[in-house]
Design a protein around this ligand. Sequence first.
Ligand code: CUA
Length: 377
Amino acid sequence: MVENRASAVSLGRGFWTATAVLAVFAIAGILFWSFTPLDMVLPAVAAQPGEQIDDLLRFMAASGTALFVFVLGYLVYFAIAFRAKPSDGPDAIGVQIHDNHTLEFWWTVIPTIFVVILSIFSVKIWYEIQLAQPTNGLVAEAIGHQWYFTFRYPQINGEVTNEMHLPVNQPVVLNVTSADVIHSFWVPAFRLKADMVPGLINTIRFTPTKVGRYPIVCTEFCGTLHGMMNAEVPGANGKPNGQWLVVDTPANFEKWYHGWQIKNAHASNTLASASSGAVALAGGDVKAGQALFAQKCSACHAIGPFSQRIVGPGLEGVLHDPSHPNLVDGDPATPANAAKILQNGYTGSIGAMPNQTANGLTDKDIANLVAYLDSLK
Ligand code: CUA
């Protein structure tokens, strides 16, 4: 009978001893993950519902550790218990086991129960972080770009372009999306994360609970300078390049908010879109162009000689360099031709630059940038 043949196979003399030892290690692992403070590896939780995410992390780490201990432990145990004996011939093969219904039953039932428990736990936490959060909070938007974030608030015109601020203890509904490729918005101290996908709005709801400065991290590879979308990574010039989320007292938040309302009083709320005709360059403002260059171009272009490449070439004297009379697309280095590249983007032998829409540039922005580039001799 098949059953008899299978059950005649020995598990080895030390099997139950090995199982007991592995159980001790597994229980130690479970206790470790249940009681170790997670701020050893993660920043302290600074928002509701960060604790629930930590609970799920503990559960998955504990069960993963137990699973790892048993799988690896048995692998090592069986490799030793059933190793080839010196008396075995060169063609000896191990005992062939099949049709052991008891084994098959348990290796199907145990993982099934585990996966069901994990799904129930995950759905419960998903409900708590998505649906059970207040929906009447401050609505803000975060938009991913290559390679920075911008933020929008009700009653602030245009975009906030450096730090994101939020008031402490006030519910927030944060809508995230992208202007170009897929990014992912993560504040480790809040535990919450959402993909920023062009054409799609993802929402996260939370309540910051501690005043402080928290790094924002892009967690989706989004191009050569993806690493610069991390507030803790220093930039090419040694200065921090990424952006922070600042949780303020209500009074400080009001002050910051009001400051941006004034600063952006004349900013446009319409998104930049590619214009069809040539951009009017008259009245371009060098200072505004310089500020915009630092914000939108300096991740890829140095103010230095052509050969000083970051992603694209250095642009110092780009319109006044006798050794480079032509732009990268082969056209003469004139303000109008530089504006054309800013407007339409560039794809060619030395790389690619997104167009005006993808870079979020208005016609006025292009005029200012060209005025600034023209001023660099
Ligand atoms: Cu943005 Cu990675």
